[in-house]
Design a protein around this ligand. Structure first.
Ligand code: F6R
Ligand code: ZN
Length: 195
């Protein structure tokens, strides 16, 4: 791990950073229970396990004072009428904020608190989004042909709680209707993990 100030460029093709430590790839199989159309999810998975999104991380110590950062790339695609999206998570240290800066594409950040508040914010190039402490967050790519690329940065000690969303899902979903994204209540909320 570097012990001097360091830099990286993100203007390379496909927005892959010039330097990174971890490259995480998440496929359809990691989204069990999250998509509304469970039959389509199962039939797509029976054929292949497409890559939904990738994260390029720069490694730093997971302690207060450090800032973890990197690039998130959600590819275009749908499961039924629901767009490709990230798993989404709360931070383990719930009182942790995170900044996203959209570099490319067209999408939404779907957010909610444990108390049931929710918000959906557009992501487009040049837009900065501050995800407040306590808010779970999931990026959704609503483009039919372009990656959704964001730079993210958050405190080193935040940790990730994926389990809550894996079990319950998000309260809101983004679905395509007549070619347009629509925010709807998730009828499976609270039981996402159930087949
Ligand atoms: C980190 C963060 C992003 C996401 C990335 C992938 O706290 O919010 O770096 O990790 O967009 O999404 P998840 O982690 O939900 O699979
Ligand atoms: Zn986060």
């Amino acid at each position: 791990m570097k012990a001097v100030p360091f830099t990286f460029e993100i203007d390379s093709p496909d927005f892959i950073p010039s330097t990174y430590d971890n490259h995480i790839q998440r496929r359809l199989s990691s989204m069990k229970g999250q998509y509304l159309d469970q039959d389509t999810y199962a039939s797509l998975l029976a054929e292949a396990d497409p890559l939904l999104y990738e994260v390029y991380e720069l490694q730093r110590p997971t302690v207060p004072g450090e800032l973890l950062h990197g690039i998130s790339i959600v590819h275009p695609g749908k499961v039924g009428s629901e767009y490709y999206m990230t798993k989404g998570h709360f931070h383990e240290v719930l009182e942790t904020g995170e900044v996203y800066y959209c570099l490319k594409g067209d999408g939404f950040m779907v957010m909610e608190t444990p108390e049931g508040e929710w918000a959906v914010e557009a992501l487009y190039p040049g837009r900065v989004l501050y995800v407040l402490p306590r808010w779970a967050h999931r990026s959704v790519n609503i483009s039919s042909d372009e990656d959704l690329v964001t730079f993210f940065i958050y405190p080193g000690n935040a940790g990730h709680d994926y389990g809550t969303i894996e079990k319950k899902g998000f309260r809101k979903l983004v679905l395509a209707r007549d070619g347009q994204p629509e925010i709807v209540d998730n009828p499976r909320w609270g039981q996402a993990a159930r087949p």
